[in-house]
Structure formats: C-alpha cells, structure tokens
Design a protein around this ligand. Structure first.
Ligand code: ADP
Length: 439
C-alpha cells in the first residue's frame, strides 16, 4: 500500500469510528441525531483548523516550518515540500546556466547581439557594444538597422540570405572592418555575430596589391625580352642550331606575358566591388568578330558556328565582356580537336540574356567541375601548359560576370564536350521588351 493510500484508509477508518461512537452515544443517552451532528461538526472544525494551518504555512513558507498535521494533510504538506524543492532546484540550475552563458559571451572575443523577430535589440555582450558602439540600457529595444545604417548592412538584412557574412566598416573606427552575420533561431529570433576582421582584410589587400605590383613590374622587362626574341627568331644571320631554342624561348615568353596580363586583369577586377559600368556593348557584333578571329587561328576546330538568336545589346564594360566571351571561346577552341565543333549562341528574352559556347571537345570530369573557376586550377596541368593557358581564364570570367550581375553555368561530360553559359539579368539588356516582341 502506498503511503497516501494508507493515510486515506486511516482517515476513513477514523471517520467511521467517530460515526460509530456518536451513534453509540445517541443510543445510550438518547437524541442520536444531535450526537451525530455534534461529532461531525467537531470533525469539520478540526479539518478547517488543518486547512487554515496549511494555508498559513503556504503563505509564509520561507519563514515558518511546515505544520505537523499527520494523515492526509501531512501527505499534502510532504507533496508541497517536494514540489517546492524541485522548483528551487530547477530555478538554481537556470540561474547558474544563465550566469555561465553571460560569463561565456562576455569572455568571447566576438560580439553577440540577440534580436527579436522585429529586429529589436534584446541583449548584447560587451564586445558587440565596443565594436558597434552600442550603449547598454539606452540601445536595448532599438531596431538594429536604426543604429547600424550602412547601406550594405541594410541590403544584407533585406536580402535575407544569411549564408555568408557581410563586411562593414566599423562605425567606431572607419579604418577597421567588421564581419557581421545573422544566425536565425527559435520563432523568428536572430543572433547577430560581429567579428573584427581588420587584419584579414588588410592582409588580403596587401596580397592583392603585391600580385598587382609584381605583375606590373614584370610587364616591361618581358616586353623587352619578347621584342628581342622576335627579332632574333627572324634574323637569317643566326646559325640554324639557334632556331629551335629561340622559338621555344619566344613561346615561353609569350606564355609569361599571357600570365602577367591575366594576373593584372584579375587584380583589377578584384580591386573593385562595384558593379560594372553601363556602356552599351554590341554583343552580336563582338561575337561575329571573335568567330572571324578564331577562323584566322593556325589551329581551330573544323566547325565554328555562330547562332545569333537576338540582337540584344548589354549594358556593361566592353573590355570585361570581351574578356568573358574570348576566354570561353578560346577555351572551347583549345580543348576541342580539329575535327570537332564549337557553337556560339546569343539569345535573350524577358528573363535576361544568355551567351553559350558549346564544344564537342575533351569535356571535364564531374569531380573537377566545382573547382575549375578557382585560380590556377587545371584539370590536366601538363596539357593546359602546352596549350598556353594561364589557369586564370575562368576566374576572370567569373569575376567579370559577377560585376555584371551575371552567373556562369557549366555543363560537361568527359570525352563528350562542354557547354559554358553566361546568364545576364534583364536589367542589363538594352530595350529587352522590344526584343522580346521581335523574338
Ligand atoms: P586555362 O588557361 O588553363 O585554360 P581556365 O581558367 O580558362 O585556364 O580553365 C581552367 C581549366 O578548366 C582548364 O585548365 C581546363 O582543364 C578546363 N577547361 C576550361 N574550359 C574547358 C573546355 N571548354 N573543355 C574542357 N576543359 C576546359
């Protein structure tokens, strides 16, 4: 039997005994109903006293000891004590956890801001306050974009794509840089993580400057070397045995020139985060010219087709678009055998424009596809070297396209050929509506 069942049995037995005694008293002394009513009234008074003591104790629980009531009432007191202890234990744990959380976030070198679903600041740690210049108490409850008004940050919040951080200038120190990232959790709440990335940004800038300067410095001596080599190769007075080494030297100097030019172009593209200018570029005319240039090469695939579905022009940088199209076309030509086919297509509709180069060349195995736009990544380094590639072409394409709001799509099957497609947004098309109607 459980303790509470025993207490109930005892209480009922006591009530029955009282009832029996009252009946007996009534039988012996007469007036049985008075005896029963008086006994029950006494019993009720006792219960009310117990209830009063219990209620008093519950109200003054912190300062008074629990009443010694016994029976069912004692059981209720024991239950209340147990529930209270458990509650106290959980409360202590939560307070302890909260203190630890605060100590931990204060010790963190990165800033943490807790935002409500409406992006009000609910809480922030000390580094967040220092990095963003937030003031305790005053800034609690403020909308984060009212305090951090930089356009890049506002755009980042509105885009709601939080897969990568946004880099901002620190409001407190304009020559410092912060990486700010939103992490969503719970019911629409968000954490804002802030990190000082000044050192990384400076190192990155130094690296880019170094590459740009080194490439620039290499350009002049290379031009001189190439010039002399050109003259020497064509010089009939030189001995025949010099012919081969000189031609090879000229080929290698040419490779170096391509590499230096590509490095400079990539550095220039990387130096600017701005969108490309909006000059009107006659893409169909440019592509027709490129096809003629390909056909004029010593070695090119037998079929080089140009399919101009649209006469749409693009708003962008002529030099950058030339670089995008020429890199993709010359890759298709380089990696397609002479008996193969390269087809170039230009089309546009209401969704934007597409430039595609399809070839029946060597193709690219699936495992290389995610990496081919990385700098100096080559599927077959030996072959790429022989074809004179710098390994920077596709990086240049990707950067230049991004500056035009475009994206590069690559489909390829090893041994079957590849298709490189550049997608341009409709806003970069000149008079897209007219052309849709014409299409
Ligand atoms: P590269 O100057 O070496 O051609 P890119 O950046 O232009 O450098 O291209 C990177 C690599 O991608 C190339 O080395 C080559 O392996 C592969 N690639 C690019 N275009 C093609 C293509 N049309 N067909 C097959 N492979 C290609």
């Amino acid at each position: 039997m459980t303790p509470s069942a025993a207490a109930w049995s005892y209480a009922l037995a006591r009530l029955a005994a009282l009832f029996a005694l009252a009946t007996l008293g009534g039988l012996v002394f007469g007036n049985i109903s008075v005896w029963i009513v008086a006994t029950l009234a006494g019993y009720l008074a006792l219960q009310i006293t117990y209830l009063y003591r219990l209620q008093r104790w519950l109200r003054l629980r912190r300062t008074t000891d629990p009443p010694d009531l016994g029976g069912v009432w004692g059981d209720v007191v024991a239950l209340v004590i147990r529930i209270y202890r458990r509650k106290q234990f959980h409360k202590r744990r939560i307070v302890q956890l909260f203190r630890e959380f605060r100590r931990m976030t204060t010790a963190m070198p990165d800033g943490v801001i807790v935002l409500s679903a409406e992006r009000d600041i609910m809480w922030f740690n000390r580094p967040a306050g220092q990095l963003l210049g937030l003031r305790r108490k005053i800034d609690f409850g403020q909308r984060i974009h009212n305090l951090l008004r930089q356009p890049d940050f506002v755009r980042y919040l509105e885009a709601e794509d939080y897969s990568s951080p946004v880099i901002l200038r620190a409001p407190q120190a304009p020559d410092a840089f912060l990486s700010v990232r939103v992490v969503s959790y719970g019911a629409g709440q968000q954490l804002l993580l802030v990190r000082d990335v000044t050192r990384q940004i400076r190192l990155e800038a130094m690296r880019k400057d170094f590459v740009a300067n080194a490439s620039h410095e290499l350009r002049s001596p290379l031009t001189v070397i190439s010039g002399y080599l050109d003259t020497m190769v064509d010089d009939p007075s030189l001995e025949e045995s010099w012919g081969h080494p000189l031609r090879e030297m000229r080929r290698q100097a040419e490779r170096m020139r391509t590499l230096v030019n590509d490095l400079l172009e990539l550095s220039r593209l990387e130096a600017s985060d701005d969108e490309a200018p909006e000059d009107v570029v006659d893409v169909p005319g440019m592509l027709a010219l490129m096809r003629r240039e390909v056909l004029a090469l010593d070695r090119h695939p037998r079929k080089v087709e140009l399919d101009l579905d649209s006469d749409a022009q693009i708003l962008g940088s002529e030099a950058e678009l030339h670089s995008v199209f020429w890199n993709l076309i010359s890759n298709a030509v380089k990696y397609t055998p002479a008996e193969g086919r390269v087809s170039i297509r230009w089309e546009a509709d209401g969704n934007g424009a597409r430039f595609a180069v399809e070839d029946s060349g060597i193709g690219i195995a699936a495992e290389h596809l995610p990496r081919i736009t990385e700098r100096f990544y080559r599927v077959d380094p030996g072959r790429a070297r022989k074809t004179g590639g710098s390994g920077l072409g596709l990086s240049i394409v990707k950067h230049a396209l991004t500056r035009h709001g475009g994206v590069l799509e690559v489909e390829s099957e090893e041994g079957q050929g590849s298709t490189f497609t550049c997608h341009f947004p409709a806003k970069r098309l000149v008079r897209p509506e007219r052309r849709v109607a014409a299409d």
